[in-house]
Design a protein around this ligand. Structure first.
Ligand code: SAM
Length: 310
């Protein structure tokens, strides 16, 4: 199957979804842990592999300064173009750089970076061993390679969980099946189980392997978020991505989702339920009704150092 260079941003997670969820996850108070676990320092040369729209790279740029350097690479051109525009707008494109590239064939010389990291990429990498070997290759001897992955523990207290959600989830799962062949071709969620990562680090002779992690719970009633922000989260992360997904389904499978078809009726039901849920929750937020439901999954960080040449 032809690898479309905007597959991820079109079908799996949009720019908005990644930006919004990640910017909440990478909180300022995590600076010290990230520095410690990822082997960072003020003038480090860092590479973020599978950087998506560059949210983590921009987080790091608050703390890493020239002559330090931050590079992000991703296969998805839409993400990279967006990340570049953001860097240019901030006038930092001299030390925040991005490239469309394959994580399994990194376009850098051996030993270029002090720290090479990735967030939620290894779960989708068709060949995790090649991925980590590449990360280690472009890392300097003595530098740190880190792989961050989200643990798949289901939260009992999912965001906005209410009786309508069960039907939304059921319909959503059903429609995601339509793109299973695409997901398989792109290896989405079919990479290395995360408990295998430390063994992979061992096999690749990385040293001082450490297991760390972070957890940023998210609660819509959290006082950190002003009302306008809560409203934005509801629309941009929950409602609009579903609308986008359904309209792409209509385009990609015109026969199955033709006017009057059963699939079309169910897709329209999904849209209606999602919009109703959003309106209901917006109404609650504006009238001060709190639910205190918490969602979020912990992220594991496996890090190791590249041994110095004898
Ligand atoms: C779950 S997203 C994470 C993006 C980003 N790290 C973040 O957390 O916002 C996975 C990313 O890996 C990228 N990706 C998947 N396989 C890739 C490959 N072989 N080479 C480069 N990027 C890849 C996708 O395009 C997508 O942006």
């Amino acid at each position: 199957m032809h690898v479309r260079d905007d597959f991820w941003s079109s079908w799996v997670q949009t720019i908005l979804v990644l930006e919004s969820s990640r910017s909440r996850r990478f909180r300022p108070e995590l600076k010290e842990p990230f520095f410690e676990y990822l082997g960072l320092f003020e003038y480090a040369r860092v590479l973020d592999v599978g950087c998506g729209p560059g949210t983590f790279a921009r987080y790091l740029a608050r703390y890493i300064k020239p002559p330090g350097l931050i590079w992000g690479i991703d296969r998805d051109r839409t993400f990279i173009e967006y990340a570049r525009r953001r860097a240019e707008k901030r006038g930092v494109s001299g030390y925040m750089k991005y490239a469309v590239a394959d994580a399994l064939a990194l376009p850098f010389d051996d030993g270029t970076f002090d720290s090479v990291t990735s967030y939620t990429l290894i779960e989708h990498a068709p060949n995790p061993e090649v991925l980590v070997r590449e990360m280690a290759r472009v890392c300097k001897p003595g530098g740190t390679i880190s792989v961050m992955a989200v643990l798949s523990v289901e939260s009992e207290h999912g965001l906005l969980r209410d009786p309508f959600d069960r039907r939304i989830e059921e319909l959503f799962r059903k429609f995601r099946k339509a793109i299973e062949p695409l997901e398989e071709a792109y290896h989405v969620g079919r990479g290395l189980p995360i408990e295998e990562i430390p063994r992979l680090f061992e096999r690749l002779s990385l040293v001082e392997i450490r297991i760390s992690g972070f957890y940023t719970p998210f609660c819509l009633d959290d006082a950190r978020y002003p009302l306008a922000e809560k409203e934005r989260i509801l629309r941009e992360e929950l409602t609009e991505p579903t609308e986008g997904f359904v309209s792409r389904l209509f385009e990609a499978f015109p026969e199955e989702f033709g006017e009057g078809s059963p699939a079309r009726a169910e897709a329209e039901e999904l849209l209606r339920l999602v919009r109703e849920r959003c309106e209901r929750r917006l109404h609650e937020l504006r009238s001060g009704v709190r639910r205190w439901t918490v969602e979020g999954r912990p992220s594991l960080i496996v890090s190791g150092r590249k041994g110095k040449a004898p």
